[in-house]
Design a protein around this ligand. Structure first.
Ligand SMILES: *Cc1c(COP(=O)(O)O)cnc(C)c1O
Length: 373
């Protein structure tokens, strides 16, 4: 990755993960469809490595600042992290996070494999108090779906001083807004499905770590777990990553505008978006993040049924789960039984995409209007 030194992330997203230049060499790494490889090399077999994965890994690694492994989905990557924990390990984790990660932690706990200490991740004192004896701190910030911000620098510093492992799910913030490895985290996880790939057409996950021993153990977990990415999917994700900084810039600007307008709307009870000066996490986010992301959530003065109707009424914003694509998506989070009961029944999570902001706003206004007659 030497040729990457000193380059801006906007450039790295475009220049990294390319084949070595040579006359008539392709600019893009091909989709390498081969289950096995000629003997004698470092890879050897299609479950151990693939040249298309490597290109994507170089590109994500350049942005996160550490060697990277890609997996078949975000949850496969997260599962590989938890698979390294010895039986009986204590995990300290946010009580509000991606529902799949929460469900996975609960299932490991119920199977008697780990003990989980759930904390309010934005409450720094509470989380610091839970650290002694913790093997792994699992952090997600901003949180899903309430956009709370954890004081990552303070938590990571204290966790490392106590020798706790630290993993950060950086899906919402992306490496453009925060780089947990630089703060001292051991592992950064991504649902590449979201912003990095960015087109809602591929599922993929990644783990980045600067610790070579840990990298080897995670790579082994991938080999043995078999949750490997398809070469075509890796190629799609890398193609998407080339425009990630451009997409993210537009989506964040749209999100800021929509958050401000929602906050002034009479049907909206509250808006969660750390970019708003009135948001309780605004100052903390500003202190270490380079941007506020493009996911926001808001609560309506409405019943859950009316809230569902708002989501169904939109024409530009699509009614679907997930986030991070070029298209705006929204949903009432509590329509999922796995969503935390601490989340309001009338909360809509909106992943703001790259459409023209006035088209988005008219659509949102019309959808809100649809239940007010
Ligand atoms: C979507 C998501 C995941 C899971 O990723 P998949 O690619 O769907 O497996 C994990 N963490 C966060 C924060 C997510 O948004």
């Amino acid at each position: 990755m030497k040729q990457n030194e000193g380059l801006h992330p906007d450039t790295l997203a475009i220049t990294s993960g390319r084949p070595m230049p040579a006359p008539d060499a392709p600019l893009n790494t091909p989709i390498s469809l081969s289950a096995t490889l000629h003997a004698g090399g470092p890879l050897g077999y299609g479950r151990y490595g693939n040249e298309t994965w490597s290109a994507l890994e170089d590109a994500i690694g350049a942005l996160e600042g550490g060697p990277t492994l890609v997996f078949s989905s975000g949850l496969a990557a997260i599962g590989a992290v938890f698979s390294l924990l010895p039986v009986g390990s204590v995990v300290t984790a946010s009580d509000q996070g991606y529902s799949g990660s929460m469900a996975l932690l609960r299932s490991l706990e119920e199977a008697g494999k780990i003990e989980v200490r759930y904390v309010t991740v934005s409450d720094t004192e509470q989380i610091l108090a839970a650290l002694p004896g913790t093997a792994l701190v699992w952090l997600e910030s901003p949180t899903n779906p309430c956009l709370e911000i954890a004081d990552l620098p303070a938590i990571i510093r204290e966790a490392k001083s106590l020798d706790c492992g630290v993993a950060v799910d950086n899906t919402f913030a992306t490496p453009l807004n925060q780089r947990p490895l630089q703060m001292g985290a051991d592992i950064v996880a991504h649902s590449v499905t979201k912003y990095l790939a960015g087109h809602s057409d591929v599922l993929m996950g990644s783990l980045s770590t600067s610790d070579s021993g840990l990298f080897g153990r995670l790579e082994n977990a991938r080999k043995l777990g078999g949750a490997i990415a398809g070469p075509f999917e890796a190629w799609l994700a890398l193609r998407g990553l080339r425009t990630f900084p451009l997409r993210f810039e537009r989506a964040q600007a749209n999100a800021m505008e929509i958050a401000q307008r929602l906050a002034a709307h009479p049907m909206v009870e509250s808006v969660n978006y750390p970019g708003l000066a009135t948001d309780p996490f605004h100052d903390r986010a500003r202190s270490f993040m380079d941007g506020f992301g493009a996911v926001l959530s808001f609560t309506l003065f409405a019943t859950p049924e009316q809230t569902d109707k708002v989501c169904e009424a939109s024409k530009v914003v699509m009614y679907a789960t997930s986030l991070g694509g070029v298209e705006s998506l929204w949903e009432r989070r509590r329509r999922w039984s796995g969503e935390s009961s601490s989340v309001s029944e009338s909360l809509i999570r909106l992943s703001v995409g790259c459409e023209y902001v006035e088209d988005l706003w008219s659509d949102i206004e019309n959808s809100l209007q649809s239940i007010s007659q």
